[in-house]
Design a protein around this ligand. Structure first.
Ligand code: ATP
Ligand code: MG
Length: 421
């Protein structure tokens, strides 16, 4: 390789650098604090799994499995995929470690990168980050309501309260086949006019035709029967109680009978949170109930509910509402000479262990150039330490914001910074 060759991040993958990283850390901090108060513990699963887990869990015929997976053979000839979403991995872990033997519900959250080979565009990346939660072991709509409420509080704490929660029920194994039959008869002869993707969906998972954004498919499904009108008594009751509880929790929601989500594993409740401020990729969070996934992945019959939030999309929104964070050092030690370097490093050490962000200047440079440097890094205070100061036992200080200054004994240095670290 020639030395002139430049490496760049892969298409659809990017670095998160300061100051953006402070926004990310703030979001992650709010998530872990809030989720803990709902009893959710963090889990970290590997970013790669056996491909079969995803084809089985997410479902063949879904866009994710058919078109978007990063799949490769490892050196032992095994088919491995980078995780395109978090739920299948958490379910695998739940089963592998027999977590169903612990008291229910078991509640987990995760934060980390997901990988999908999609066309990169605004709000759509090939490596993107999700914060997600999964709660196992309750089929009550109370769980759906609590988890949706937790998501709303999370978004509210981030200053995002202009978001819409859309809810739907897509039924269960008992009532969904009847509904999809009705949908297929409704489309009748006109199914041949559907887009090529929907022709495929028509055979594999007709429900997903409802979600297609192609204009001809939107036109063809005008007046189509609504899944909500074909739910079995149990699913209807689940949906009614959920709406009642969401109202009680003061969560504004709209019923969207066309929302079905792109993953096969959902049963009953599906929901999505969208923002008017994001353009085409407007979904910031999505999730629902998946009562059969644990058993379909080889575990016991355990119902579950979860959601995932797209980090890139919420940071985009959070950046519009929160003032930008530009952390800067509290102290910049201007060090004049070799003795000042020796004492200066000891002082910096003390300040740092007291939690005060301290930078040190180049002891061979002039005071003027060290002051310039302090200014560039936007330090709050410059502490000047030279032979004279060391002899007198007092440092000189200067506050860069207003140019005020003075001197004080070295013994008072830590307390000098109290309240400004
Ligand atoms: P979309 O309709 O935007 O493709 P999805 O239905 O594929 O979303 P989920 O699999 O439910 O999304 O993932 C949950 C959230 O993760 C989405 O609401 C979105 O915020 C985010 N997300 C999904 N795919 C991407 C991507 N390629 N880049 C960035 N964020 C993404
Ligand atoms: Mg998608």
């Amino acid at each position: 390789m020639s030395s002139a060759e430049k490496y760049r991040a892969l298409k659809g993958m990017r670095d998160v650098l300061p100051p953006d990283i402070y926004v990310w850390q703030k979001i992650e901090g709010i998530a872990s604090g809030l989720f803990a108060s709902y009893g959710f513990s963090e889990v970290r699963t590997p970013v790669a799994e056996a491909t079969g887990l995803f084809t089985r869990g997410i479902g063949e015929g879904t866009d994710i499995v058919d078109k978007e997976m990063y799949t490769f053979e490892d050196k032992g000839g095994r088919s491995i995929s980078l995780r395109p979403e978090g739920t299948a991995s958490v379910v695998r872990s739940y089963i592998e470690h027999q977590l169903h033997t612990l008291p229910s519900p078991q509640k987990f959250y995760y934060a980390g990168p997901m990988f999908r080979y999609e066309r990169p565009q605004s709000g759509r990346f090939r490596q993107f980050y999700q914060i997600g939660v999964e709660a196992f072991g309750s089929s009550s709509p109370a769980l759906d309501a609590e988890v949706i409420s937790m998501l709303r509080h999370f978004l509210q704490r981030l200053g995002l309260d202009q978001l819409v929660v859309q809810v739907n029920s897509i039924g269960c194994a008992a009532c969904r086949p009847g509904y999809t039959g009705t949908l297929i008869s409704f489309l009748g002869e006109r199914q041949g006019e559907l887009c090529p993707d929907c022709q495929r969906r028509h055979a594999q998972n007709p429900l997903r035709i409802l979600d297609c954004k192609v204009p001809q498919c939107i036109a063809l499904r005008q007046g189509a029967p609504k899944v909500m009108d074909h739910l079995c008594a149990d699913c209807r009751q689940h949906m009614e109680l959920l709406q009642h509880l969401l109202t009680g929790l003061e969560i504004p929601f709209v019923l969207n009978h066309e929302m079905v989500r792109g993953l096969d594993y959902y049963t009953r409740t599906v929901f999505e949170v969208t923002s008017g401020d994001l353009g085409a990729q407007n979904a910031v969070a999505a999730g629902g109930r998946y009562d059969r996934l644990v058993s379909e992945c080889g575990g016991p019959d355990v119902p579950a509910f979860g959601f995932a939030v797209g980090m890139e999309r919420i940071t985009e929104l959070v950046k519009k509402t929160l003032p930008a964070v530009h952390p800067a050092p509290s102290a910049f030690l201007a060090l004049l000479g070799a003795q000042a370097l020796y004492e200066g490093l000891r002082i910096a050490d003390r300040l740092r262990t007291a939690g005060i962000w301290t930078e040190t200047g180049d002891h061979t440079a002039s005071l003027k150039s060290q002051m310039r440097k302090a200014d560039r890094v936007a330090a709050a205070f410059v502490i000047i330490i030279g032979d004279d100061e060391l002899a007198a036992g007092e440092f000189r200080w200067k506050k860069l914001a207003d140019g005020t200054g003075g001197s004080a004994p070295f013994s008072a240095l830590s307390s000098f910074f109290c309240g400004c670290s």
